[in-house]
Design a protein around this ligand. Sequence first.
Ligand code: NIG
Ligand code: FE
Length: 420
Amino acid sequence: MAYSLLIRHCGQLLTLAGGPPDRPLAGEDQRNWRIIPDGYVACEGDQIVAVGPMQELDRAQVTGGTAIVEAHGRVVMPGLVECHTHLVFGGNRAHEFQRKLKGEAYLDILASGGGILSTVRATRAASEEDLLRNALHHLAGFRHYGVTTVEAKSGYGLDRETELALVRAAGTAGHRQEVRVVRTFLGAHVVPPEFQGRAAEYLDFLASDVLPALHGVADFVDIFCEAGAFSVEQSRSYLQKAKAQGFRLKIHAEQLHDLGGCEMAAALGATSIDHCDYLTPEAAARIAHVSDGHTVAVLLPLVPLFLRQEKYAPGRQFIDAGLPVAVSTDFNPGSCPSKNLWLALAVACLKMGLTPLEAIAAVTLNAAWAIGQEQLCGSLEPGKRADILLLEVPTYQEIPYWLGENPVREVIIGGVRIER
Ligand code: NIG
Ligand code: FE
């Protein structure tokens, strides 16, 4: 069969290939994956079928029907994978920005009934149509940045009906446009007003009354393990129940305190542990060991920036300890209203010590592992979906350098060139 799409004369083809096939990239592998100078990518339909240097291109497969993208020496790489977002919510929290600038802390705003609870009120008041419209608007923003797969968490409903509506809206949004959406249930975000002082009862309610409605709908179950949200013991018991029901696990932990949530979740086989700003390198090494390199630490460098905190996850030491690292925006109305994953990548280099190649792996292949999509996306390899970016820049070194600039020239999703 002839190629349906050929991207040729790629100055640097960032394949992300060459690491171990059965686990995310860690240690040296996170920066030693294959870059092909003057390369090509060939697709048939929605799949990549060949990748290599231009001199090895099988010209017999290039026919009059082959759409050609001329890279003219620019960088070509996999579509970005955004592995941690709170995509669907009502309203915004611009009014709290002033409070933050005056020095009020994130958990203090939450304790006063604002923060996450303020978005819960706005989300409950919104219609499902409004929620869907907002989600589509934000997905268009992600598409513009070259994000081709997005993980979307619920967590601003905190009652059965609204939580299910959020999961539904994320799914519908994923089908209405090209960016793929992977769904995570975060009903255990904070304790809702109706269950004030009864956190354990709320978690029991989620496990028995809500999770059963999400089989085959949400892939992951997540919990916010933090002072002012859920304790390590509560999180353990809830995640155990979710696991017993067949869900894969995630956790928000060690964001503001070192409580031990990441290690607890990794011991349960969590696919990812997210935030990790207070996770120590020693604990990271133990997690890499106990998970046999399969649990991914999802780092969210725009969150401490936006919350005006000094402490950033020691990503450099995590990688050196053998813990695979992904990077995401954590897009949400409270702790990171930005969808700019390129900025997150650059801040991961500046504040967490990642090298540009490690950071590129963190927003592609390792991010795909963090949401169970590694068979489908995250690298340019035959058999994977043709989610491909053509950038403006000639070398990968320029990606973090043009701080926060969007380097994307062309986005291809499932072998189709996308209007942005
Ligand atoms: O990942 N930390 C908890 N949850 C979100 C923020 C949610 C919000 O502030 O609305 C996060 O940072
Ligand atoms: Fe989050």
